[in-house]
Design a protein around this ligand. Structure first.
Ligand SMILES: [Zn+2]
Ligand SMILES: [Zn+2]
Length: 196
């Protein structure tokens, strides 16, 4: 079936199998992250955010085999990038992991897989997860997110979906006017009320 599959810098339109659609699904949308490499023949078009336009062919794929042990029984087999043929911007990054023999379920991923993920709020990139922090006093967990060298802590409670090389955030609802602000906002973007 023909589907739009999102990356951090655009999206591709490709003919996917049911299994691939299942693998790419995250919080009701499809992401390239866990799909791996789709052959050019199955890619109908792509959109580059940097060029702000569609191209009626496949982006270039740069892949590297890594075979790196990222956690016990958990191997990163290959990673690669879909690159815009026009401007060389990255449309999406994908990672292919090997069987996790110590994972209990398909749904389990390691904290190590989250590090390096692209953090998205709606269509917008908030940055890259550079670490996952545990506060030893409150035992709360936060993502340390790197946005072009500026670091922001995002509480775990802001995470709406996770996996496939992306972390999706939900916004903060204002108690006063119900407006949904960016997850990193301290004050309501509509009425200026302090957000908890
Ligand atoms: Zn481009
Ligand atoms: Zn408000």
């Amino acid at each position: 079936m023909i589907k739009i599959v999102k990356g951090s810098g655009g999206y591709i339109v490709a003919d996917l199998t049911d299994e691939e659609v299942r693998r790419a699904s995250l919080a009701g949308e499809l992401f390239i992250g866990a799909l791996g490499r789709i052959d050019d023949a199955r890619i109908i078009s792509y959109h580059c955010n940097n060029c702000s336009r569609d191209f009626n062919n496949a982006p270039r794929v740069v892949r590297k085999s890594v075979n790196e042990l990222v956690a016990e029984g958990h191997v990163l087999i290959e990673q690669g990038e879909y690159i815009c043929k026009e401007c060389n911007a990255i449309i999406a990054i994908y990672k292919v992991f090997g069987e996790g023999i110590s994972r209990r379920y398909d749904e389990d991923i390691s904290i190590r897989d989250i590090v390096g993920s692209r953090v998205l709020y709606k269509q917008e990139s908030i940055g890259i997860v550079s670490d996952v922090l545990v506060n030893v006093k409150s035992c709360s967990i936060a993502l340390l997110v790197d946005h072009n060298g500026n670091y922001t802590n995002i509480p775990w409670e802001s995470v709406e979906g996770i996996g496939n090389g992306v972390v999706l955030l939900k916004g903060k609802l204002c108690a006063r006017c119900k407006y949904e602000s960016m997850p990193i906002a301290e004050f309501c973007m509509e009425c200026g009320n302090r957000l908890s």
